[in-house]
Design a protein around this ligand. Structure first.
Ligand code: 13P
Length: 247
């Protein structure tokens, strides 16, 4: 059985001015040379300078979103090629905040995945249900449907990860039970096998939603959990490194 290399990625969201680069430097200094892959996805304004701050460390750099097109008249948007040019090697696509704030559909997310591949970036594709959907017993069908709709067949044989982030667990301090996380991650793994065959067994399935050092050990030990996508607790180096060390 192939076991994916774990990935712990910090999503800074719309947080971080130049002064926050010190936190990235502290993560770079404290990240273990062996162990999980570690990444930080800062706001686009900091990518270039964070690349300099992380240089020589094992910590990777990611974007938080990309436009499907490589260039053109799309004011305010950022192409995957621009992220790569600024030093990123990963990109988050389909985060629930973008699906909600910007009306992103599975189809658009799949096009963004294609853009990431075109630019040589490794996509982290986010999926997750609302509280209402979970309470209605629809969580598994919603999330596996998002996986089918957001992951194009071109991902076969490529490096990528899926991040399961229940929307009701993001920034709330609430987390699903370990059994609920395992049930969902197994369902996502089964869907990836259907779509891509055993080749996709190397793709880690990350959990995201109120991960912190105190709960990371239990979450990261759960079946089919191949890492974490961390929001609030990635903004301070000590908090983030506590999660990295929990694996
Ligand atoms: P929190 O860790 O702040 O709950 O955010 C999770 C998230 O949305 C990461 O992408």
């Amino acid at each position: 059985m192939t076991v994916p290399t774990p990935l712990i990625a910090g999503n800074w969201k719309m947080n971080g001015l130049s002064a926050a680069l010190g936190e990235a430097r502290a993560v770079a200094a404290g990240a273990p040379a062996k162990g999980p892959r570690v990444a930080i996805c800062p706001p686009a304004t900091l990518i270039h300078r964070m690349g300099e701050a992380l240089a020589g460390s094992p910590v990777k750099l990611g974007g938080q979103d990309c436009h499907p097109e490589p260039s053109g008249a799309h004011t305010g948007d950022i192409a995957a090629e621009m992220l790569a040019d600024a030093g990123a090697s990963l990109v988050i696509v389909g985060h629930s905040e973008r699906r909600a704030d910007h009306g992103e559909t599975d189809d658009l997310v799949a096009r963004k995945v294609m853009a990431a591949l075109r630019a040589g970036l490794e996509p982290i594709v986010c999926v997750g249900e609302t509280l209402e959907q979970r309470q209605a017993g629809e969580a598994l069908s919603i999330v596996t449907g998002q996986v089918r709709g957001s992951l194009p067949t071109a991902l076969g044989g490529k490096a990528f990860s899926v991040a399961y982030e229940p929307i009701w667990a993001i920034g709330t301090g609430l987390t699903p039970t370990t059994a609920e996380i395992e049930e969902m991650h197994r369902a996502i793994r089964a869907t990836l096998r259907e779509l891509f065959g055993a080749a996709a067994d190397t793709a880690p399935i990350l959990y995201g939603g109120s991960v912190k050092a105190a709960n990371a050990g239990e979450i990261l030990r759960a079946a089919e959990v191949g890492g974490a996508l961390v929001g609030g607790a990635s903004l301070k180096a000590e908090d983030f490194l506590g999660i990295v060390r929990a694996i």
